[in-house]
Design a protein around this ligand. Structure first.
Ligand code: 5GP
Length: 179
């Protein structure tokens, strides 16, 4: 795809597949006796969830939720609204939240609080990308794919106005966020 708004590659295809496979192996080892329920956060995590789950050698179950933050499209305001809730009850389940990217950490803090209130047996987070230095306190993430600089990125599920999600790598966005 030739598009000048696709900037420098931050995480390449090979690096992604290696790291995602390693995360899957780690989850397999950690959850052997208690196959988890994977909760994907739409839409950004769909590709990561798909690849990650294929590297987990356990009878996992899937559910998805969609959240939207109020305010502008590319910066989260910290006020999050559930657009699509889970179908599966969490009570007594071992839950792994699968997130695309943690920026301020506010979306995740909200999700964690909301899901913890449903009394899962355990609740952990697997985030593909963590932006360095943007959180007020170190977010409690059991699994992190990559720590990246705090630039706006696209690809591998991440969009600008619904585009670029299908890029097989993560790149800096070199365009205006309004477009
Ligand atoms: P937070 O609440 O941690 O500040 O933001 C998390 C959400 O904001 C992510 O789930 C994602 O939807 C969006 N987001 C944060 N940083 C980026 C980015 O660099 N690129 C894209 N496309 N979305 C981002």
């Amino acid at each position: 795809m030739i598009d000048p708004r696709i900037g420098r590659i931050v995480v390449g295809e090979d690096e992604l597949s290696e790291r995602v496979a390693a995360l899957g192996k780690q989850i397999t080892a950690d959850y052997t006796d208690r196959p988890p329920l994977l909760v994907g956060v739409l839409k950004g995590a769909f590709m990561f969830m798909s690849d990650l789950s294929r590297s987990i050698d356990l009878p996992v179950e899937f559910d998805f939720m969609a959240v939207a933050s109020y305010g502008s499209s590319t910066r989260t305001s910290g006020v999050v609204r559930i657009v699509k809730d889970l179908d599966i009850e969490l009570t007594g389940r071992h839950v792994v939240i699968v997130e695309d990217i943690v920026d301020s950490g506010l979306t995740l803090a909200y999700l964690r609080k909301t899901l913890a209130a449903r009394r899962p047996a355990s609740l952990e987070v697997c985030a593909l990308l963590l932006k360095e230095g943007l959180q007020k306190e170190e977010p409690d993430l059991k699994y992190v794919g990559f720590r990246i600089p705090p630039d706006f990125v696209i690809g591998y599920g991440l969009d600008v106005a619904e585009r670029y999600r299908n890029l097989p790598y993560v790149a800096e966005y070199a365009g205006s966020k309004q477009s």
